[in-house]
Each structure stands twice: as C-alpha cells, then as structure tokens.
Design a protein around this ligand. Structure first.
Ligand SMILES: [Zn+2]
Length: 166
C-alpha cells in the first residue's frame, strides 16, 4: 500500500509511509511519519511549536481481505507549544487517544461484531476479547448519544406539526 492507499483504507491522513514494508507470516508492517502540516500543538492548534523528540506508537489497522493483519508503526513527534507552554505528542487524527488501533479498524470491528459473537470477532481480528468488547461498548455509547439527539429533533418537529394543525 502506498501513502495514498493507506490514507484511503486506513484513514492515516497527514502521515506519509516511509522506509521498508515488512511482511511477516500473516502481518504487514508499515512505518509512517507525520507530515509538516501535522506538527502543531494538540491543545491550541498553534503551529508555533518546537519539536522535542518523538515517540513510536504502534496501531493495528484494517486487515486485508486476504486475512493479512496490518500494523502501523508511527513516529509521533512531541512538541513544545510556545503559546500554551505544554510539551505533548501531536494529535494522531486517525486513532483515539491511548488506543492501539485506528478508527477505521474500530469501525470494521463493529461491523464484524454485528454479525458474529465478540469472541469470534476478536479471534478473527487478532485482538483480545476485552479490546473487542471495549470497541463495541464505545460504539454503543456514541450511538445512543446520537439517538438521544435525534429524539430531541423529532419532538421539535412534532410540536411544529401540532402547532400548524391547530
Ligand atoms: Zn498550544
């Protein structure tokens, strides 16, 4: 996969694939670095930052249909913000904070869990039951938050409708 294919399939916008791709038994490992436009303060978004080293984070990506597991080794720069003074990792837009998988991976996992047990999905995705369950629970939470919002809108529409008929 090239940088643009990774963007498309793994959602790794703002990161460029570099170096060698390693193929292990049933795994493919990519190395990614942040593009200059990503080097910003994660708190205030200021570009007035100085890089202070970097950390390596490994994320699981969406597996290929050929049952190859994808791993992304990402060099994440740490920046010192001249505006708010913090030293922190830049934002990695394609993954949630502290998660070891991409957002695209989580979406795929949810799709899979809609059709099978958490246990089966976890096995197929090569993650623990605990991780799979965590992905499902956070999906349910997000969805119910959205539904609550939808209900509010529907009530609003009903009121308008009643108002017009009176
Ligand atoms: Zn800042």
């Amino acid at each position: 996969m090239s940088t643009s294919e990774l963007h498309h399939m793994q959602g790794t916008i703002g990161f460029t694939q570099v170096g060698r791709v390693s193929f292990l038994k049933n795994e493919i490992h990519y190395s990614l670095i942040a593009q200059p436009k990503m080097i910003r303060c994660p708190c205030c978004g200021s570009a007035n930052v100085v890089t202070r080293g970097s950390v390596y984070r490994k994320f699981q990506g969406v597996p290929l249909e050929t049952k190859k597991f994808i791993f992304l080794n990402v060099k994440v720069p740490k920046v010192e913000c001249k505006k708010c003074g913090i030293i922190r990792q830049i934002n990695v837009g394609f993954a949630d904070t502290k998660k070891r998988y991409t957002k695209s991976f989580a979406n795929e996992a949810v799709k899979l869990m809609m059709g099978t047990s958490i246990e089966n999905a976890a096995k197929r995705l090569m993650i623990s039951w605990h991780t799979a369950n965590g992905i499902l629970q956070s999906y349910i939470q997000k969805k119910s938050a959205k539904n609550r919002f939808k209900n509010v809108r529907r009530i609003g529409i009903d009121k308008t409708y009643i108002g017009k008929t009176k």
